[in-house]
Design a binder for this molecule. Structure first.
Ligand SMILES: Nc1ncnc2c1ncn2[C@@H]1O[C@H](COP(=O)(O)OP(=O)(O)OP(=O)(O)O)[C@@H](O)[C@H]1O
Ligand SMILES: [Mg+2]
Length: 441
C-alpha cells in the first residue's frame, strides 16, 4: 500500500513537471508568434502612412486597391476629416486621412492575410478601448493573453491576442514512460531493501546459531566433566590403594582393586562413546532393559562412595519387573547421578543413618521407579530449581547432574519429578515407557 502511494506521488510529480515544461514551451512559441504578428501588423499600418504621402488626388484608385486589397476606398479628403486622427467607419474599417487623400482601410483584411493570425484563438485590434476588429472566438477569456500598443501617431491601435494551452499535445507518452520507470525503480529498491533485510536476518541467525553451538559445546564439556569426575576419582583411589598394597607385598589383594579400576575405565570409555553418539545424532539404539542388573552395576560403580558413607541400600525392585525399551547407558547414568546425589546429601548424617531405597513397579504403559534417601531432603529453593542447569547448593558442585538426568529421562520419553517425604529425605519419582520409541509422555 505504501509502495503504491509512493508510486502515485512520484508519477504525479513527474507528470506535473513535464506538463509545466511543455506549457512553458507552448507559451514561448505563442509569444514568438505574437511578436511576428505584431511586427507584420505594424509594418502594414506603416505602409498606409507611406501610401498616403505618395498618393495624390490624381492617383488611380483601382491600381492602389489592387496592390493593397485592405484599402477599400481612395478619395479626396473631406474638409471635416482631421488629418491627424483616423475616423472609425464600423465593421473593422476606418478612414485614414492624409494631406489631400483619405483611405478607407479594412482591418479584417489586414489581419486575416497575415499567416500568424490563425495561430491564436482570439485576435483583437483596439483603439481607446473600443474594439475595431475581433477575429476568432471571443466568448470566453483565453488562458494566455498578449497585449502590445502599435507605435505610430496616425493609427495608434493596440493589438491583443489570446490563446489556450493545447492539452492534447501534452507529453502523455513520456508521462506513461515515467509511470513505468517509477514502478520499476520502486520494485527494484524494495527488492534491494528486502534482500538487505534478509541478509541482516541471515547474519543474525548465523550469529545466534554460532552462540547456540558455543553454548551447547559448553554444556557438553560441563557434562563430560561431571560424568568423568566420579570414575576418575575412583580409579585414582583404586590405584593408590593397589600401589600401597604392592609396597606392603600384599599382592593377593591387588587383583580386585585393579578389576574395579578396569570397570571404571570401561565406564569412561562407554560414556565417551555415548557422548560421541549424542553429538552425531539424536537417535540412540534402544534395548530391553532389566532394571535389577543395571542397578547392581551402578552400586558397583559407586562402591567407594557407598562404603565411605556406610550407606544402607534397600532394594525393592521385584524380580518379575517387566523389561522396558531404553538406552542402557542412559538409564545407568540416570541412576548413577541420583544415587551419587543421595550419597552426597547424607555426608553429614549421624553415623550409620544413611540409606537409599529403590523401588519399582509396572504401571499401565511403563515402569515407575522411586529413589528415596534418608538425607535432609531438598530445600524449598532446590525443590523449585533442582532440574535447572547450574543450580547447586553443594560445595564444589556444578549443578549439572539433575539437569543432565532430566534431559536423558525426557530423551527416553519418560518423566521425572522431585519431592520430600515426611520422616525421610528426598524422593525422585521416574517413569519410563515400555517402548521409548512409541510412547510420548
Ligand atoms: N538427594 C538429594 N537430597 C537433597 N538435596 C538434593 C538431592 N539431590 C539433589 N539435591 C539438590 O539439588 C541440587 C542440584 O543437584 P545436581 O545433581 O543437579 O547438582 P550438584 O549435585 O549440586 O552438582 P553436580 O553437577 O556435581 O551434580 C543439589 O546441589 C542439592 O541442593
Ligand atoms: Mg549431583
Amino acid at each position: 500500500m505504501r509502495k503504491f502511494a509512493i508510486w502515485i506521488l512520484l508519477t504525479a510529480l513527474s507528470a506535473l513537471a513535464l506538463s509545466i515544461h511543455t506549457l512553458q514551451q507552448q507559451y514561448e512559441e505563442h509569444s514568438a508568434e505574437f511578436r511576428i504578428l505584431y511586427r507584420d501588423v505594424a509594418l502594414k499600418l506603416s505602409q498606409h502612412d507611406v501610401i498616403l504621402t505618395l498618393l495624390s488626388a490624381a492617383s488611380d484608385p483601382e491600381r492602389v486597391k489592387k496592390a493593397f486589397p485592405q484599402i477599400l476606398i481612395l478619395k479626396t479628403r473631406a474638409p471635416e476629416f482631421s488629418a491627424t486622427e483616423p475616423q472609425l467607419a464600423g465593421n473593422g474599417t476606418y478612414w485614414l486621412n492624409g494631406q489631400h487623400v483619405s483611405l478607407l482601410i479594412d482591418l479584417n483584411q489586414v489581419l486575416s492575410t497575415l499567416p500568424q493570425s490563425n495561430a491564436f484563438r482570439t485576435l483583437r485590434l483596439y483603439w481607446h478601448d473600443t474594439p475595431l476588429v475581433v477575429l476568432g472566438d471571443a466568448t470566453t477569456t483565453s488562458y494566455w493573453q498578449w497585449h502590445k500598443a502599435l507605435v505610430g501617431d496616425s493609427q495608434p491601435f493596440e493589438l491583443s491576442a489570446g490563446n489556450d494551452p493545447d492539452w492534447r499535445h501534452l507529453p502523455w507518452i513520456s508521462m506513461l514512460l515515467f509511470a513505468l520507470l517509477w514502478a520499476l525503480v520502486i520494485a527494484f529498491v524494495s527488492r534491494y531493501l528486502m534482500y538487505k533485510r534478509q541478509r541482516v536476518l541471515a547474519d543474525l541467525r548465523a550469529q545466534f546459531s554460532e552462540l547456540t553451538r558455543l553454548n551447547t559445546m559448553g554444556e557438553i564439556t560441563a557434562g563430560m566433566v561431571h560424568e568423568l569426575n566420579q570414575p576418575l576419582t575412583a580409579i585414582l583411589s583404586y590405584n593408590q590403594t593397589a600401589l600401597s598394597l604392592l609396597k606392603q607385598e600384599k599382592s593377593a589383594e591387588i587383583a580386585p582393586l585393579l578389576n574395579a579400576a578396569v570397570v571404571q575405565t570401561k565406564r569412561i570409555s562407554a560414556l565417551l562413546t555415548d557422548l560421541r553418539q549424542k553429538m552425531h545424532s539424536d537417535h540412540v539404539p534402544l534395548q530391553p532393559i532389566n532394571l535389577k542388573p543395571v542397578w547392581s552395576r551402578v552400586l558397583m560403580l559407586l562402591e567407594n562412595e557407598l562404603q565411605a558413607g556406610k550407606m544402607k541400600i534397600i532394594n525393592k525392585i521385584p524380580d518379575d519387573l517387566p523389561p522396558f525399551l531404553a538406552a542402557p547407558q542412559w538409564v545407568e547414568q540416570i541412576l548413577h547421578n541420583l544415587l551419587l546425589n543421595a550419597i552426597q546429601a547424607q555426608r553429614d548424617n549421624a553415623p550409620k543413618s544413611a540409606w537409599v531405597e529403590i523401588a519399582a513397579y509396572p504401571t499401565e504403559r511403563g515402569i515407575t521407579l522411586t529413589l528415596t534417601d534418608g538425607g535432609p531432603g531438598l530445600s524449598e529453593q532446590a525443590l523449585q530449581n533442582v532440574f535447572l542447569p547450574f543450580f547447586t547448593t553443594r560445595q564444589g558442585g556444578l549443578g549439572l547432574g539433575m539437569a543432565l538426568t532430566q534431559t536423558l529421562v525426557q530423551g527416553l520419553n519418560g518423566d521425572i519429578s522431585a519431592e520430600n517425604v515426611a520422616g525421610s529425605g528426598a524422593r525422585f519419582t521416574l517413569w519410563f515407557p515400555f517402548n521409548a520409541e512409541e510412547q510420548t509422555p
